[in-house]
Design a protein around this ligand. Sequence first.
Ligand SMILES: [Zn+2]
Length: 127
Amino acid sequence: MGVRVKATCSECLTTHWSELYLGQEDIKCPACGHAMKALPEGEYNEIELTLKKQKLNNIIALVSFGLAFLCFFLWIFKQEHQYSIFPHPTQEDFWYVNGFPAVTIVGLLVGLVFAILGSRHRFILEF
Ligand SMILES: [Zn+2]
């Protein structure tokens, strides 16, 4: 399985998504046919590793955002007593009073950090 990177051709200046994979002989422009020698294995591995790490960071960010939104809506809907499937919370209901808002805030912060980590590097291949 290869990695997808944006590539810009120096001859016709078009930008396209290029699929890179190990053992590839050259990288070709689909518009004008201009070609360059494929990346060395070291550079290819570096790009692949970085993109895999970013994908993992993005998945963690999505899960954190999802958890934050779930807790936010549980918190909001629990306040609407008459429409709620939950019993009306009492002041002593620690999870309702502190838990849902806390998880919402922590989830948003964690999601933000991982979203930044997941989008720090962009690879644009110019040939
Ligand atoms: Zn071209």
